[in-house]
Ligand binder design. Structure first.
Ligand code: ADP
Length: 602
């Protein structure tokens, strides 16, 4: 049966198995060492008992001699020597009793011997007492009487002591037992070391097979992914490595899917998508190159992109690409390209320079149609300005002469019709003028006369322009005082403010008020024109700044105007680097504002 363990479980085995063996080994070793120590202690104890018993036998003999010498000599110091030996004997008995207290048989034997010894001692004491009290001759008599008994009892006691020693000697640990115990400890050490090495080697082998090899497969798979080669067969099992392998495969599949989608998008893109290497050669191109440039992608790869650029545009293109490389890395520009069939195609390049890959990633968009439309628009504007404005101006002049009666008097009805026709022609001329102006503004062709411009002067001159119109509409104009100066084209600012004021007057009820307010901070000046007219619905707030956008369809007819005024204002304000907007509540009025940066002054 094959064990399918997790990495964490394998880790546990790797640690716990040697640990368990180590533990068993240490316990066995401790046990054996303890045994050896016990043996040594027992041997030491037995030796001490034997020594003590021998000492006792010796002391006993010396005592007998000592009492005999004292009795014969009667010398005091001999008597003292006897006393010292006696107390030494007692101490030795006590110590022997203590040594054998844990062995009841030995304790009983020692007890028996000590009783006999005390008996003999009391006899000796009698002899000593006789010497001390009655003199040598009386004592010699006592000694003679008791000597035989003492020697007999002494022989028994010494015999008992010798027997006791011999028994203890027999019970002593044999040298073989000591050698065997040391051998056992050494054997255990050797077995332990060898076994531990074997266990460690076996575990290392098991771990290497189960883990390191499989990790190797996993790592090799990552290299294969980088080299775009097929991966190894899936790693079987349910541990972390197998799980990681499955996740890695899922990721590879997701990557392949994403790449497939990306390729599909690139292959089917209408624009040319390409990468250009650091030497300026195409490294990759999508199939759209055939339609836009007339070249198959394979024809372009390895070719210098500069070769395709229209010769007159090459210098500018080179400059743009250099700017992208040294600038923020991303930008777009336009140029012309020579198609394979010799046609010239206008294109817009959106480029991104990747420093890490030393490549330029570009999208080349065909703008030939847009350029054509621009050209047509310019032709149309030119046509409108020359072919329409001139005859209309002359028509307006003729109508004015007819109205004034230069060509004879008209009936009242005729006069009214001519006035109406003149008004309409004027509106048309106005519309054309505004259209042309907006066109120029948007194309950046309207030259502005920038200079230091007093906001107070802008306000005064704008109020002068709309004053009579306001009086006719019975609207009161109000304006704030202001000392701000901006760097701007004063006439254009007046044009903006006049447009806002006239709108405010147009859309205010008679008797209403229109106010100009100015707020300024360190960086900008904001002019606002507030009226109390019908206001602007929220959904029109942005739309009113677009061309021909009017809130109500009838505005053109009822209020006059072309729907271009606010679009022109927006273009002018934006050319000054400012912003324009409106705050309004429907039915309560509106506040049109424009903010200009103070920035620079002349
Ligand atoms: P127009 O020449 O028609 O006035 P504008 O671009 O100046 O063109 O204004 C666009 C439209 O925005 C106007 O037709 C009107 O519907 C709306 N509008 C502009 N100013 C105001 C205002 N102060 N109050 C209400 N509506 C306004």
């Amino acid at each position: 049966m094959k064990l399918d363990l997790k990495l964490s479980q394998k880790g546990w085995i790797l640690v716990s198995v040697p640990l368990a063996f180590e533990l068993i080994f240490v316990i066995t070793l401790a046990f054996l060492v303890r045994q050896a120590e016990d043996l040594a202690a027992r041997e030491k104890h037995s030796k001490a008992i034997i020594d003590r018993a021998n000492d006792l036998a010796m002391t006993y003999y010396e005592l007998i001699q000592g009492i005999a010498v004292y009795t014969i000599t009667g010398k005091k110091e001999r008597g003292q020597q006897y006393e010292d030996m006696k107390s030494a004997l007692l101490t030795e008995y006590k110590s022997l009793t203590l040594m054998v207290r844990n062995n009841p048989t030995q304790a009983a034997e020692v007890q028996q011997m000590s009783e006999l010894a005390f008996k003999i001692l009391s006899r000796m004491d009698q002899v000593k007492k006789a010497v001390d009290e009655r003199g040598k001759s009386a004592a010699l008599l006592v000694l003679a009487q008791t000597r035989a008994q003492m020697e007999k009892a002494g022989a028994i006691l010494v015999g008992q002591l010798r027997q006791f020693s011999a028994k203890e000697q027999n019970s002593m640990v044999t040298p073989e037992a000591g050698i065997r115990s040391t051998f056992l400890v050494k054997l255990c050490l050797c077995i332990g070391v060898v076994f531990n090495i074997l266990v460690a080697a076996a575990l290392a082998l098991y771990f290497n097979r189960g883990t390191a090899q499989r990790l190797g497969i996993l790592m090799d798979n990552t290299n294969r992914l980088a080299r775009n080669e097929a991966l190894h067969a899936p790693i079987p099992g349910s541990d972390e490595i197998a799980h990681l392998d499955r996740t890695f495969r899922d990721m590879v599949a997701a990557l392949a899917e994403a790449r497939r989608k990306e390729t599909a998008v690139i292959d089917h893109a209408v624009d040319v998508i390409c990468s250009i290497d650091a030497t300026g050669r195409f490294a990759a191109v999508n199939p759209a190159s055939l339609k836009t440039l007339g070249y198959e992608p394979q024809e372009l790869i390895g070719r210098l992109y500069m070769e395709l650029i229209y010769p007159e545009d090459r210098q500018n293109t080179f400059r743009q690409i250099e700017e992208i490389k040294t600038g923020n890395g991303t930008s777009s520009f336009e140029n012309r390209i020579n198609r394979k069939d010799g046609q010239i195609v206008d294109v817009e390049w959106s480029c991104h320079w990747s420093e890490s890959e030393s490549s330029m990633f570009s999208v080349v968009h065909d703008i030939t149609e847009r350029k054509e439309v621009e050209r047509l628009k310019q032709e149309f504007v030119a046509m409108v300005s020359h072919d329409l404005r001139t005859p209309l101006t002359s028509l307006q002049g003729t109508l004015a002469l007819i109205r004034k009666g230069t060509y004879g008097s008209l009936s009242e009805q005729g006069q009214a019709r001519v006035i109406n026709a003149e008004k309409n022609v004027l509106r048309l001329i106005n519309l054309i003028n505004e259209l042309l102006e907006l066109e120029k503004l948007e194309a950046g062709k309207l030259t502005m006369q920038f200079g230091n411009c007093q906001i107070a002067s802008v306000i005064t001159r704008s109020l002068d322009s709309v004053q009579s119109f306001a009086e006719q509409a019975e609207i009161e104009l109000e304006a704030a005082q202001c000392k701000a100066v901006v760097y701007a084209d004063e006439d254009k600012l007046i044009q903006v403010l006049v447009n806002l004021l006239s709108n405010a007057v147009k859309f205010s009820p008679p008797g209403g008020k229109v106010a100009i307010t100015v707020t300024e901070d360190e960086r900008s000046v904001e002019l606002s024109v507030t009226d109390h007219g019908r206001g602007i619905p929220a959904k029109f707030k942005d739309a009113v700044f677009q061309k021909f956008k009017q809130v109500e369809l009838s505005d053109e007819r009822k209020k006059g105007g072309t729907g271009l005024g606010l679009a022109i204002c927006k273009a002018i304000v934006e050319q000054h680097g400012g912003t324009i907007g409106v705050e309004s509540e429907e039915g309560k009025g509106s506040t049109f504002w424009f903010r200009l940066p103070k920035g620079k002054t002349a």
